[in-house]
Design a protein around this ligand. Sequence first.
Ligand SMILES: Nc1ncnc2c1ncn2[C@@H]1O[C@H](COP(=O)(O)OS(=O)(=O)O)[C@@H](OP(=O)(O)O)[C@H]1O
Ligand SMILES: Nc1ncnc2c1ncn2[C@@H]1O[C@H](COP(=O)(O)OP(=O)(O)O)[C@@H](O)[C@H]1O
Length: 405
Amino acid sequence: MTEWTPDARELADLELLLSGAYAPLTGFLTSADANEVAAAGRLSDGTPWPDPITIALPDEIRPGDRVTLKDPEGAVVAVLTVEERDGHHAAGPVEALDAPSYGPFARLRRTPDEVRKDLPDGEVLAVTMRGPLDSTTLEDVAATADELEATILLMPLVFGEDGPALVRAALAASRKLAGSTVVAVPLAPREDTEIDLELREHVARNYGATEHYAGPAPVVIPGPPHRRGLVVFFTGLSGSGKSTIARGLRDTLLERGGRTVTYLDGDVVRQLLSAGLTFSREDRDLNIRRIGFVAAEVARHGGLAICAPIAPYDATREEVRAMVEEVGADFLLIHVATPLEECERRDRKGLYAKARAGVIPEFTGISDPYEEPDDAELVLDTTDMSVERSVSAVLNLLISGGWVR
Ligand SMILES: Nc1ncnc2c1ncn2[C@@H]1O[C@H](COP(=O)(O)OS(=O)(=O)O)[C@@H](OP(=O)(O)O)[C@H]1O
Ligand SMILES: Nc1ncnc2c1ncn2[C@@H]1O[C@H](COP(=O)(O)OP(=O)(O)O)[C@@H](O)[C@H]1O
């Protein structure tokens, strides 16, 4: 089966197709439907629909193919059965595979079915938000809901980096609007404001809204000033837990707000920034220097970068520390010191078995060195530790040093 990683907008649309928020749509549109939508605002069977929901795929993918759609971190999201090709676009139904993993505020990414089930009978006023509600708008929403005797459903339209800040704004508004509910919906903005509005209305109705209130246009939500740049650099064997803890830390930081976060995932780095590099000492060092360079740039501008490569060599880790400190930022080395036996027992990707069998040469810990750091700010052996405890150990370090409030 072929694999493909759609872009951010397509992934957002995919999530809405899967959750039922785009009902009656169950897949990406055929060219006949997409053309009819563009020309007349309806599907070919006459059902009103405002925007052509399409996906671009490489030309070699043909009708009849089943394509595994993955997010940029490699998690499988869905399978698309291709029914038609038209230029770059492909049409066909999508079906979910694993339970999706959403990152920050995952618990608020509920499906229309789940939300409708919890709503009381009667009118529902959905407020779609791309920015925070100012006090005038809040009063207006409260008055409208009063007049309609409606329950308020706040729908932050989370797409892009401001998503978590927007959810926090919706939660703040919800505390001021009695009986209101918040549901985070990954609806990407459309260029044409009329289409954007209609699409918001469709999605709101699928969530049970009887009335739609379009919140104000986005404004930039400023973070607190005078933050020092910070690089949180995880090192450890494959399977030690680096990525799991790094992702947990990123999500926790985004939920708390107040800091921008860049996560340099090891797999993503090797697919793009370090594409083509091997696992020779030279290439590993180059890989780590590249990660260090990007992280230092993020930190130079006051950002917080999280990196999670193996980074087996002491001297190279020290080089990165120096690069970061040179730009006036701080560097924290977290050694995920889960012993080899435990990593091998986990063997999530089956790589240790292959390394033992000699199929993968130069495998860290088996046939290639890992130099234990002696300068780590924190050492975590995850053998008998929950993921939550590991993440909070790192978070506590960040809080105690004042990098995070
Ligand atoms: N020979 C060899 N040695 C170690 N690891 C290997 C090798 N070949 C492939 N892999 C997979 O690549 C992931 C490690 O990549 P990194 O970029 O983090 O390695 S390094 O820091 O450049 O040494 C590592 O992923 P993680 O399990 O996420 O650490 C492995 O899945
Ligand atoms: N406390 C913990 N912290 C991190 N991972 C843990 C922990 N306990 C068990 N695990 C499991 O160990 C595995 C670590 O894999 P991963 O995070 O990909 O490691 P790495 O990025 O270091 O290769 C995951 O399956 C994770 O669920």
